[in-house]
Design a protein around this ligand. Structure first.
Ligand SMILES: Nc1ncnc2c1ncn2[C@@H]1O[C@H](COP(=O)(O)OP(=O)(O)OP(=O)(O)O)[C@@H](O)[C@H]1O
Ligand SMILES: [Mg+2]
Length: 276
């Protein structure tokens, strides 16, 4: 048995106790219970959302795979077999990227997500983006402009995650833009680097903007993309780089997403602060 009096033990465990310590302890315990219930409710809601996504977005490609595989067994026509195999392969790709997105969101939300930084050449990243999207833009009859003409500073970042951030933003912009252009720009200095993606698409109503980075959120009037996870992941990745992301938009004119992450010097400061 502990020889420390109860009131001191409570004080140690729970901070200062008021004149009527019991009331404060009871209030704290009620707060904790309320907190646990909120956490539990959040957990249940999150499980339901994930189940809804799994049921809808994973079942569709799975059904395509199943029926294509059944048809493959029946046909000997080479062209048809190739078409069916292509459908199976693209459905597998969709499932794979959705499962990857769900895992990324889960890691971001439970705080277990970390970035793996190395020296990154921003100009080289911009070239990769150009290669990734130029044919899709040409097919849609819109322009994809990549502007790295300003000062392109060195970066210390997670290259794969940076590509994922930019690909998410550019593919959203491409999907909604039917005429005009999508423009990707990088600029900055050794302290801060700013990437932006501007489009001449339909824009986003002001009332939707505060929810845009919530997972599973999709603008009601918009063309549906995937599961509504892309921007939540983008925000998580940007914040894991100690960066910030913002958006402005005007209905009928287009949208501008931009994020700022620490450049080479800025990053040294961030890292020194983390060690201190
Ligand atoms: N550039 C944009 N212009 C207009 N609306 C946009 C733009 N980018 C995103 N949105 C809206 O925000 C929603 C959420 O985007 P997000 O990338 O999170 O999900 P998604 O593209 O629908 O699916 P996913 O990215 O998971 O495949 C989109 O469904 C769309 O309604
Ligand atoms: Mg998206």
């Amino acid at each position: 048995m502990s020889s420390v009096p109860m009131s001191i033990r409570i004080q140690k465990e729970m901070g200062p106790v008021s004149r009527d310590g019991r009331i404060e302890v009871a209030a704290r315990s009620r707060d904790r219970q309320a907190e646990s219930i909120t956490t539990l409710e959040k957990g249940i809601r999150s499980r339901d959302e994930v189940l809804a996504i799994v049921a809808h977005d994973l079942r569709n490609p799975l059904t395509i795979i199943k029926s294509s595989a059944a048809l493959l067994q029946l046909t000997t026509d080479e062209d048809q077999r190739k078409e069916l195999l292509d459908m199976i392969s693209s459905s597998c790709g969709r499932m794979q990227s959705l499962v990857g997105d769900l895992l990324d969101v889960a890691r971001i939300e439970d705080g277990g997500f970390t970035v793996d930084r190395t020296d990154v050449d921003a100009a080289d990243v911009m070239d990769e983006m150009r290669r990734m999207f130029e044919s899709a833009a040409a097919e849609k009859g819109i322009r994809f402009e990549v502007d790295a003409s300003g000062c392109v500073p060195p970066l210390y970042a997670d290259r794969n995650r940076l590509i994922q951030i930019l690909a998410n933003l550019v593919s959203n912009a491409m999907r909604v833009t039917d005429r005009g252009a999508v423009r990707l720009t990088v600029e900055g200095d050794r302290d801060n680097v700013r990437f932006s993606v501007a489009d001449t698409g339909p824009g986003i109503p002001a009332a939707e903007l505060p929810h845009l980075f919530d997972r599973f959120w999709q603008v009601r009037s918009s063309r549906r993309g995937g599961a509504g996870l892309g921007l939540a992941i983008v925000k998580g990745f940007v914040e894991a780089h100690q960066g910030t992301i913002e958006v402005t938009s005007e209905v009928g004119k287009g949208s501008l997403f931009w994020f700022v992450i620490p450049g080479f010097n800025g990053n040294t400061v961030v890292q020194a602060a983390a060690v201190a």
